[in-house]
Design a protein around this ligand. Structure first.
Ligand SMILES: [Cu+2]
Length: 97
C-alpha cells in the first residue's frame, strides 16, 4: 500500500511492510531516494524488530503487535535487513535515484 504526501514539488512515498507469520511482506520493496518505509507488526503476540547490519547496526525498537516504525532513505543503494531476535527473517529495501 502506498500513501502519498507532498513536500513542495516532490511527492515522497510512504511504503508499508507487514510483519506477519515471521515474515516481512513484501520482503523486497523498491523506492526512490527520499521515500520512507513503515514496518508494522501484525502478529498476535510475537514481537520483532528491523535491523540494518551494514548501517552501523541501526535497529528499530522491539515492535510489539500493532506497533510500527518507519525510516526515511536518503541515499540510493541496497539496504538488507533482518529481525534482531529472529535473524532468519530477512528483507531488503532497494533505493533508486
Ligand atoms: Cu522477528
Amino acid at each position: 500500500m502506498l500513501a502519498l504526501f507532498s513536500f513542495g514539488a516532490l511527492a515522497e512515498q510512504l511504503v508499508d511492510v507487514r510483519i506477519e507469520g515471521y515474515q516481512y511482506q513484501p520482503a523486497e520493496v523498491t523506492i526512490r531516494a527520499g521515500d520512507s518505509v513503515r514496518w508494522t507488526n501484525h502478529e498476535k503476540r510475537t514481537s520483532h524488530s528491523v535491523l540494518f547490519p551494514r548501517d552501523g547496526g541501526l535497529e528499530s525498537e522491539r515492535l510489539f503487535p500493532q506497533e510500527s516504525w518507519q525510516r526515511r532513505f536518503e541515499k540510493p543503494g541496497r539496504y538488507d535487513y533482518h529481525c534482531g531476535p529472529h535473524p532468519e527473517m530477512k528483507g531488503v529495501v532497494v533505493v533508486g535515484e
